[in-house]
Design a protein around this ligand. Structure first.
Ligand code: DAH
Length: 348
């Protein structure tokens, strides 16, 4: 009976004191005094064992109830004090909630990546498959199989980075591919007609760089082989491509050109995006801008991969990629693409 009463007394006193506590530091002192190991309440709990049973029950219940009450009020008070402290610091101005956030820097796609995706999706919509090939290539695929044997003067069309290597069996002519055309051979070696692929990828040329030449650049190769493929298919496909990429009213011009792996060979131009054919600085006064080389796959190329040229025919084309964003965005120097100048890259 006596202990139970005094427990209620401790509790009341502690709760009164709690309301006068005005800082988190004081609160910790309060906790030690009233809930700590040497607090009257803890002592009372410890002394329960020596009481007669009846009294022990009543006092035990009172002690547990007091402990629970003190603990729950302790947590409430802690919360109140923390909030008060936060409000006070806001008022003092140490936290300026009107300060604008720091902008999060987001990455963006490289202009080349964007245009490649656009080109691929146009051809994919027309039923072409996208494949890739190696950047380090055998002389055989880059030249030999494309009707350009070792002594052929057309080799001068492609200034080449040679990376030949020698082993016990001799010297192996290897190079950084100068165009994506070797993939025509690689693809045809691996499938039978009908073939409809495009091959995007990096190419390399051993040339002095200037505003329109880079030693690394991208091309997209195209190849379609089947029974009855004609020059009309080539023109129709590429004309449609140009309109989808550059706009419905685009004009296209095809003129004869020479590439050893096609017969006939041609170059395709579109009417100038700036002057629409009138002649301006961008198109060098001609009104036309060349965007790709193309032609009907040479019968010797077909024979080399065991396609019978009496049964099958095909067209091929090779498109210079950087040209396109240069035309579209008025970029006047190809070297900007791969010199990692963020001021340039962030514009896209
Ligand atoms: N590979 C040629 C070049 O880089 C471009 C080319 C011309 C590709 C005619 C072709 C083609 O597929 O038929 O200059």
């Amino acid at each position: 009976m006596g202990l139970e009463k005094s427990i209620q007394g401790f509790q009341q006193k502690a709760l009164e004191e709690l309301e006068r506590v005005s800082s988190l530091g004081e609160l910790e002192g309060w906790r030690v005094r009233h809930l700590g190991r040497k607090s009257p309440l803890t002592r009372a709990l410890r002394s329960l064992a020596s009481l007669p049973l009846e009294e022990r029950r009543a006092a035990g219940a009172a002690a547990n109830q007091a402990k629970a009450a003190l603990e729950s009020h302790f947590h409430r008070r802690a919360q109140e004090l923390k909030e008060a402290q936060f409000r006070a610091s806001l008022e003092k101005g140490s936290l300026d909630i009107t300060l604008p956030g720091r902008p999060v820097v987001t990455g963006r796609l490289h202009p080349t990546t964007r245009i490649l995706r656009e080109i691929c999706s146009i051809f994919q919509a027309m039923g072409f498959q996208v494949v890739e090939g190696p950047e380090v290539e055998w002389d055989y695929y880059n030249f030999e199989a494309l009707n350009i044997p070792a002594d052929h003067p057309a080799r001068d069309m492609w200034a080449t980075f040679w990376v030949d290597y020698t082993d016990e069996r001799g010297r192996h002519p290897m190079l950084l591919r100068t165009h994506t055309s070797p993939n025509q051979i690689r693809v045809m070696e691996q499938t039978r007609p009908p073939v409809r692929v495009i091959v995007p990828g990096k190419c390399y040329r051993y040339e002095a760089t200037d505003a329109t030449h880079e030693s690394m650049f991208y091309q997209v190769e195209g190849l379609a082989v089947d029974k009855g493929i004609t020059l009309a298919n080539l023109k129709g496909t590429l004309y449609e491509f140009a309109r989808r990429l550059f706009g419905e009213d685009r004009q296209a011009r095809f003129r004869c050109d020479y590439f050893p792996f096609v017969e006939p060979g041609m170059e395709m131009a579109i009417d100038c995006l700036v002057c629409r054919g009138q002649g301006c600085r961008l198109c060098g006064g001609s009104g036309w801008i060349e965007i790709l080389g193309a032609g009907m796959v040479h019968p010797d190329v077909l024979r080399r991969v065991d396609y019978d040229p009496d049964i099958y025919s095909g067209f091929a084309f090779g498109l210079g990629v950087e040209r396109i964003p240069m035309l579209r965005y008025g970029i006047d120097d190809i070297r900007l693409f791969y010199s990692n100048d963020l001021r340039f890259l962030r514009q896209f």
